[in-house]
Design a protein. Structure first.
Length: 262
């Protein structure tokens, strides 16, 4: 089952949707109630679709999702978000207690600075970045919980990992081995040296792009827009709330383990 069957529209292929995505440069406006509700609907529909895929897979004798609370492997991926999602995320950060908000903004600024220093443009290969295991600034490093979980974007909701079958082979390389999730969700330096990222087994690896396309249709947008979570959310916060970079840049947070220490 794919999300295509659950939508009353003719859905383009994932490759076509990927080519349609335009990277957002302009700071998005504050979302109104209708837009906010529309985003919420697509968010929930995406989660429901993923859970339905899991039920179908288990009934057919397949594996359930390996994702569990406390696992933060995918929280090292540079997520792409819709402009409306970045606007909602900025509001969520602004609503945090002051100390927490200032800590998150400082972490986001450090992330953005490293991203720019590595010349990570809109279409850059993010594999080397993922191999560094840099944590999302919205991740609580003590609990590995998302600090904006209720407002997390489609990219986070749609991503999932399934334990590969016993006879699984690396789809891109004859020498790289297959690791089980959660550790298998991290891209390794060896894989980067072989010009590929780690393969993550999924029910539908294109769920995120299709959900983003659906959101664009429901918002009557002529294009499918997206931007990287941290720079776009920071841009909203600076423009809307006057967020400032800290006087002293902090070090980037790196995940040395998948789960938090007990």
């Amino acid at each position: 089952m794919t999300l295509r069957r659950s939508l009353p529209i003719q859905m383009p292929s994932s490759d076509v949707i990927g080519e349609m995505i335009q990277f957002r440069k302009k700071i998005p406006a504050k979302v109104d109630r209708r837009t906010h509700d529309t985003v919420r609907i697509v968010h929930q529909t995406t989660v429901d679709a993923l859970l339905f895929m899991e039920r179908q897979a288990v009934v057919a004798g397949g594996n359930p999702m390996a994702c569990r609370r406390g696992c933060a492997a995918c929280c090292t991926y540079p997520a792409q978000v819709a402009p409306e999602e970045a606007s909602i995320l900025a509001d969520a950060v602004q609503a945090m207690p002051r100390a927490q908000r200032e800590s998150v903004i400082a972490r986001m600024a450090a992330w953005e600075r490293a991203w720019a220093a590595n010349k990570m443009g809109d279409l850059a290969d993010v594999g080397p970045w993922q191999a560094r295991r840099i944590a999302c600034p919205l991740l609580d490093l003590k609990t590995h919980d998302c600090m904006v979980y209720e407002d997390r974007p489609l990219a986070c909701r749609a991503h999932h990992a399934v334990t590969p079958p016993p006879d699984a082979k690396h789809p891109s390389c004859d020498t790289c081995s297959i690791a089980m999730p959660p550790d298998g969700c991290f891209t390794t330096d060896e894989e980067i040296s072989h010009n590929h990222r780690t393969p993550v087994w999924q029910y539908d690896p294109n769920l995120g792009n299709r959900s983003l396309y659906s959101l664009s249709l429901l918002l009557n947008k002529q294009t499918v827009e997206a931007g990287f979570l941290v720079p776009l959310t920071l841009g909203v916060g600076r423009a809307r709330y006057g967020w400032q970079n800290p006087k002293k840049m902090i070090k980037l947070d790196v995940l040395n383990s998948t789960f938090p220490s007990p």
